[in-house]
Ligand binder design. Structure first.
Ligand code: ATP
Ligand code: MG
Length: 386
C-alpha cells in the first residue's frame, strides 16, 4: 500500500502494563471507528499507530474523518509510503504531493530519523529534500519560520513516510479506560455535551431517557435516539434505555405542590437512573446540570436532588456558561439536533414559579403522599432497551 494514516497517541500518562492496555484499547476503538469505511490493517510501532488500507476500496479520507473523533489521539497525518532511499522519497514527493507544492509559495522540510542507521542525518535529509523540491518547483521559496507548506519526511524502521498535514486529534484518553457511567440523556443541548466530556476522559456510557408518552411525541424520542447516535461516533456503543415516565409525572402533578414539581421529578429520575446503572455495572450517574442555569440547578436544588442517590452524580458542565456549552455542542455536532423544537418530558410539566431554595424536609413531606417505591419499580420494569 502506498498510502496510510499515522497516528500520534495522546496523554497516556500511565506506565508499563497499564500503558499497554491503554494502547490496546485505543487500537480497538480506532478499528471500530474505521470499520464502516472498509478493511484496514491497524498496528503500532515506536509509539505511533498505523492505519493501512487493505484494498483499493478502503479510502484514507473518510477513515481520517472518523479517527478525528476517537479519544486518546493528539495528531493524525495521512502519509505516503516510500522506500528508505532518497531517490524513492523524491519519487513520492513528485508523484504524490506536487499539487500542494504547486499551490504553495513557501515551504520547508522537517525530517525525523527514528532509524539511526539511515545514512543521512535529519538536517541532511532536510537539506537534500529541500534542494530537490527547489529544483523541481522553481516558483517555491524556503521559509523556515512561517511556511505555507511543511513537507515532513520520517525515516522509520521499515519505510520512510512523506506527509504535509498534521491534523489535530480529539485529545482525551481512550474510551473504555475509565469505568462506566449512566448518562441521563434528554433531548436538550446540555446532556449530550456532558456525555461527550465524560467519554473524552475515557468513560464508557449507557444512556437513560425519561419519556412521557403521549405528552412527549415519537419525534421527540427519535431526536434523543439521534443524539445518542452522534455520541456513539465518539464514545463507541452506548446502550440506550427509555423509561416510561408519564405515570410518575401525573402522580406528582396531582399530589405535590406546584413549586416542587421539577425537584421531585428530578429526584425520581435519579432514583430510577441509579437502579438502571446498578443493573448495568455503571458506577456513577452523569447529568447535564450547570450551576444556577435553572431553578432545579441551584446549589440547594442539587443538594435535594442528589439526596436520593447513593451513587456519585457527576456534572461535568457544572462550571460552564450556557454559551460555552453551546460552543461544545456545535463542535461535536449535537447542537442542530438538540434545538429541534420537540417537547421534552420536563417542558410539559413546568411549574410557573419553581422553588429555587427547596427545603429537603418539605420535599420529603410532599413525597410521602406518593408510593415512591412502587412508582420507581413500575418505571424500572417498564424500561425498554433500544
Ligand atoms: P438538557 O439541555 O440536558 O436537557 P436542561 O438545561 O434542559 O438540560 P433540565 O431539564 O433541568 O436541564 O435537566 C437537567 C439534567 O437532567 C439534564 O441535563 C439531563 O441530564 C437530565 N434530564 C432532564 N430531562 C431528562 C429526560 N427527559 N431524560 C433523561 N434525562 C433528563
Ligand atoms: Mg432539558
Amino acid at each position: 500500500m502506498d498510502e496510510l494514516i499515522l497516528i500520534k497517541i495522546g496523554e497516556l500518562i500511565l506506565k508499563g502494563n497499564n500503558r499497554r492496555k491503554f494502547e490496546e484499547r485505543l487500537m480497538t476503538n480506532i478499528r471500530h471507528s474505521v470499520s464502516k469505511h472498509g478493511d484496514y490493517k491497524i498496528y503500532r510501532a515506536q509509539g505511533t499507530m498505523y492505519v493501512e488500507p487493505k484494498d483499493e476500496n478502503s479510502k484514507i479520507a473518510p477513515a481520517v474523518e472518523s479517527i478525528k473523533k476517537v479519544f486518546g489521539i493528539t495528531q493524525i497525518s495521512p502519509a505516503y509510503v516510500a522506500e528508505k532511499d532518497m531517490n524513492d522519497i523524491y519519487r513520492v514527493i513528485k508523484e504524490k504531493i506536487s499539487v500542494p507544492l504547486l499551490n504553495a509559495k513557501t515551504f520547508k522540510v522537517e525530517a525525523k530519523r527514528a532509524d539511526k542507521k539511515f545514512p543521512l542525518t535529519s538536517p541532511e535529509i532536510c537539506a537534500e529534500t529541500g534542494g530537490f523540491i527547489l529544483q523541481n518547483f522553481s516558483h517555491l521559496k524556503v521559509d523556515v519560520k512561517n511556511p505555507e507548506l511543511t513537507v515532513n519526511v520520517d525515516i522509520r524502521d521499515e519505510y520512510a513516510y512523506v506527509y504535509c498535514e498534521k491534523i489535530k486529534g480529539a485529545g482525551g484518553i481512550p474510551t473504555g479506560s475509565s469505568g462506566k457511567a449512566a448518562l441521563l440523556l434528554s433531548g436538550g443541548i446540555d446532556s449530550p455535551v456532558a456525555g461527550w466530556l465524560m467519554a473524552k476522559r475515557g468513560v464508557n456510557l449507557i444512556s437513560i431517557n425519561f419519556f412521557s408518552y403521549p405528552y412527549t411525541s415519537q419525534r421527540a424520542k427519535e431526536k434523543v435516539i439521534e443524539l445518542n447516535r452522534i455520541l456513539e461516533e465518539y464514545a463507541g456503543k452506548i446502550p440506550m434505555y427509555i423509561v416510561p415516565f408519564t405515570e410518575i409525572q401525573m402522580e406528582i402533578k396531582d399530589k405535590c405542590p406546584e413549586s416542587q414539581l421539577t425537584i421531585i421529578m428530578r429526584r425520581f429520575m435519579n432514583r430510577i437512573a441509579q437502579r438502571i446503572a446498578e443493573q448495568n455495572d455503571a458506577s456513577v450517574l452523569v447529568t447535564g446540570e450547570s450551576l444556577g442555569q435553572v431553578a432545579s440547578q441551584t446549589m440547594q436544588s442539587m443538594v435535594v436532588t442528589s439526596e436520593v442517590a447513593t451513587m456519585p452524580i457527576l456534572r461535568p458542565l457544572v462550571g460552564l456558561d450556557k454559551q460555552e456549552i453551546i460552543n461544545y455542542a456545535r463542535k461535536i455536532g449535537t447542537f442542530d439536533t438538540s434545538i429541534l423544537p420537540y417537547e421534552d418530558c420536563c417542558t410539559v410539566f413546568v411549574p410557573k414559579s419553581p422553588d429555587i431554595k427547596p427545603k429537603l424536609e418539605k420535599v420529603i413531606e410532599s413525597e410521602s403522599k406518593l408510593d415512591v417505591e412502587a412508582l420507581v419499580n413500575r418505571a424500572v420494569e417498564g424500561t425498554e432497551l433500544l
